[in-house]
Design a protein around this ligand. Structure first.
Ligand code: PLP
Length: 283
């Protein structure tokens, strides 16, 4: 049985409890982070801690504990749950108070962490075959740069993608791809990697930042700009990035193959570099 962290204490998962008045439950008034674990070590923890602090600040929520404490809780969770490869999920909510739309002045934030074991996380078969995506309208709210737990639309979109026989959806606004349901989206055209620029329309992926830095170091050309569905359909390659999928090739968009329908060399190379460098820097 897993061990779950709630507000400074560790519980067997069936004994971990949060109040029904928690604003995370009633208002999705909560932010989260997912950090990968490879070989028992955390991948890019400083990036996730920095984004957590930013998400909280954007919502006028306090950091419940210091970054050092968050790191030590993560490590404790990895040890107590015996995670070699997997994920650590962290959620901070504004806390439990009587239901009211106004932000409370005096709420104590709730902090919850749990783990998911994913043996062979870095060696998933999907990385060899690539993903199929369909495009769907982006109907999320306007502050997608804040990593909130309002994940209903992304869940609907992923479920619809599965219904259509695909693995995931790329979300589209004004004819341009914003991102995937839980990942950042990229295409390769004329040898240049194209991905949407940072803004309020997308989540500022921690993997995105690292992958773009590695791409530039490897002298690959990168353009950060919106791209259209048409550009994606006629791209040489496509791929997504996220903390749990790393770099994952996309081989089909809306039922049509991307390039030759196989994972492309840019995505494969970036995956290799990302995994190698991240493992080296893991803590
Ligand atoms: N975009 C969205 C909407 C996401 O939910 C995620 C991850 O959950 C990402 C992008 C990728 O971000 P990261 O690389 O930090 O996992």
């Amino acid at each position: 049985m897993r061990i779950v962290h709630v507000n400074g204490e560790y519980f067997p998962e069936d004994q971990a409890r949060v109040s029904v008045f928690d604003r995370g439950f009633l208002f999705a008034d909560a932010v989260y982070e997912v950090t990968s674990v490879l070989d028992g070590k955390l991948i890019d923890f400083p990036g996730h801690a920095a984004r957590l602090a930013r998400s909280l600040a954007e919502l006028d929520m306090d950091m419940p504990v210091t970054e050092e404490e968050i790191l030590s809780i993560h490590r404790e969770m990895v040890t107590r749950n015996d995670i070699t490869d997997g994920l650590v999920y962290l959620q901070v909510t504004r806390g439990a108070v009587d239901r009211d739309f106004l932000f409370p002045e005096d709420a104590q934030p709730t902090i919850v962490l749990f783990t998911q074991a994913k043996p062979g996380l870095a060696d998933s078969p999907a990385a060899r075959t690539g993903l199929k995506v369909v495009t769907l309208p982006d109907r999320r709210w306007g502050r997608r740069d804040i990593k909130t737990v309002q994940l209903l639309y992304p869940s609907m979109a992923k479920t619809e993608a599965k219904r259509q026989g695909a693995d995931d959806a790329w979300l589209v606004e004004d004819g341009h791809v914003t991102e995937g349901t839980s990942n950042n989206a990229y295409i390769v055209r004329n040898g240049t990697i194209v991905t949407r620029q940072l803004g309020e329309e997308i989540l500022h992926g921690i993997t995105r930042r690292a992958v773009l830095a590695f791409a530039r170091e490897a002298q690959m050309k990168v353009e950060e700009r919106p791209f259209t569905v048409e550009e994606a359909r006629s791209a040489e390659e496509a791929f997504v990035t996220s903390a749990s999928a790393f770099v994952m090739p996309v081989v089909e968009i809306d039922g049509r193959p991307v390039g030759d329908g196989q994972p492309g060399p840019v995505a494969r190379r970036l995956r290799e570099i990302y995994l190698e460098e991240s493992r080296k820097a893991a803590i």
